[in-house]
Design a binder for this molecule. Structure first.
Ligand code: GLU
Ligand code: MG
Length: 451
């Protein structure tokens, strides 16, 4: 750390102390997209920035329930360190945790000083770099849905939906949100600096959607990552569970993670806009759209990364069903919202809310980049409900198929890098294998009595 940086960090530390902060929570995303990190006492911050906080690299190889995957650089290498340095540009007081400020950490391999391939934030940076080479900046608006649950020992799994009455889509107020969850939450997220624009009840029972304003892609991923962590943390503080599961209940719909994407040039002009182009779209917009569609099967591994994800897809679900696009049509995998000019954008509706925001955005940008580089053209837009399987290819029907599609997509792998894709495939195939060995309640219900 230079003398100048050391001085800046010392002054920042003093300013935080003056604000009553005595702990800094340093968080970074794992491959699942969940927060890993450490709470450090404020006096340790200069050391953390200078040296980094040590964690085992095996953190990236650890599943949601602690299962371990054998990925190079982890267990068999002796679980060596990664070093995590607080990114002070992301530091903000946590509104729900007095005296604590949170920030995102940047991960380095101490042996090389370089990022490790599993680091999702660095993967996204790498993909953004390709677009910037072409002088384009990606602008992303993340839209996340989740279901809020109350504890209920009598319910399967121990949780029941908060405010479960149906029919509250787009409602505000106490009728669909009796204890004001949404108001408390949007205020807390605003205080966290997430640039939330608003929120409302979604279609399903107990389901909410909160919108984040659009911004540069890395910033958008950081905010989506912090959003998910904050929603979960706020729910835990109330003894609740907020789930981003793709489809948490058989009798309900899924939770999406829609990504609104546009590209702007060095002058800040939206390059998707072309008032004289077909549908008001430029050639760049068409190529980016074609890239997303061409790589959709592989992308689903990143945007629909769980066994459960594939149960969200279907006709008449408002989640995608076929690999298609439409003009202001919510049945399509890519919807082109009606606005043009500076707001011309693709709404990629493929992702579900379990997706790691960094990997989802990196995947979509990589596919758009490939479509632009190869000047790919999309098929004709779909219209209506888009049920007809004769009109477009279907999405993978399960995680295994999606992982195979990713493994087979050489062009996407060239952009994302072989080491990352190999680590991701091993990690996810282990998850799938655990599921395949597990006896589910469906099997018992279906087979125990009759067979
Ligand atoms: N819940 C739907 C999904 O899983 C999206 C609903 C909407 O259009 O906002 O993608
Ligand atoms: Mg929605």
């Amino acid at each position: 750390m230079s003398a100048e940086t050391a001085d800046r960090v010392r002054r920042r530390t003093e300013a935080l102390a003056a604000e009553g902060i005595d702990v800094v929570r340093v968080a970074y995303p794992d491959m699942l997209g969940s927060e890993r990190g450490r709470d450090i006492l404020l006096h340790h911050l200069p050391h953390a920035v200078g040296h980094g906080l040590a964690f085992s690299r095996a953190v990236y190889h650890t599943g949601a329930r602690g299962d371990h995957s054998y990925i190079p650089g982890g267990l068999e290498a002796g679980m060596p360190d990664i070093l995590v340095r607080p990114d002070l540009t992301t530091l903000v007081a946590l509104p729900w945790e007095p005296g604590v400020a949170g920030c995102i950490g940047d991960v380095r391999d101490p042996a090389t000083g370089l990022p490790v391939p599993e680091s999702p934030r660095d993967l996204l940076r790498q993909v953004i770099g390709l677009l910037i080479d072409g002088d384009l900046t990606a602008v992303v608006g993340p839209e996340l849905e989740y279901v809020l649950l109350d504890p209920d020992p009598a319910a399967p799994g121990g949780w029941r939906r908060y405010a479960p009455a149906p029919g509250h889509v787009y409602t505000t107020g106490r009728k669909g949100d009796p204890d004001g969850h949404l108001l408390r939450t949007v205020r807390a997220l605003h205080a966290l600096g997430l640039d939330v624009s608003g929120g409302n009840r979604e279609f399903d029972s107990g389901q909410f959607e909160i919108n984040l304003s659009h911004c540069e892609a890395l910033d958008a991923a950081d905010r989506a990552f912090r959003f998910k962590a904050a929603i979960k943390e706020l729910a835990h503080a109330e003894g609740r569970l907020a789930t981003f599961m793709a489809k948490p209940f058989n009798d309900g719909g899924g939770s999406g993670f829609h990504l609104h994407l546009s590209l702007v040039d060095a002058e800040g002009r939206n390059v998707f806009d072309a008032p004289r182009g077909a549908h008001g779209l430029s050639a760049t917009a068409r190529h980016a759209l074609a890239g997303v569609l061409a790589h959709a099967p592989a992308l689903s591994a990143l945007l629909n990364p769980t066994v459960n994800s594939y149960k969200r897809f279907g006709p008449d679900t408002t989640a995608p069903w076929l690999i298609n696009w439409g003009l202001d049509n919510r049945n399509a995998l890519v919807r082109i919202p009606p606005e043009r000019g500076g707001a011309t954008r693709l709404e990629v509706r493929l992702g579900d809310a379990t997706a790691n925001p960094y990997l989802a955005i990196a995947g979509v940008l990589a596919a758009a980049h490939l479509g632009i580089a190869a000047a790919e053209e999309p098929p004709a837009p779909m219209t209506g409900q888009g049920h007809d399987m004769g009109t477009a290819a279907a999405l993978p029907t399960g995680l295994g198929q999606a992982l195979d599609a990713l493994e087979a997509d050489d062009r996407l792998i060239d952009v994302l890098g072989k080491p990352f894709v190999a680590a991701f495939l091993t990690f996810k195939r282990d998850e799938l294998a655990r599921f395949q060995r597990y006896v589910t309640d469906w099997e018992f219900r279906e087979y125990a009595g009759i067979t």
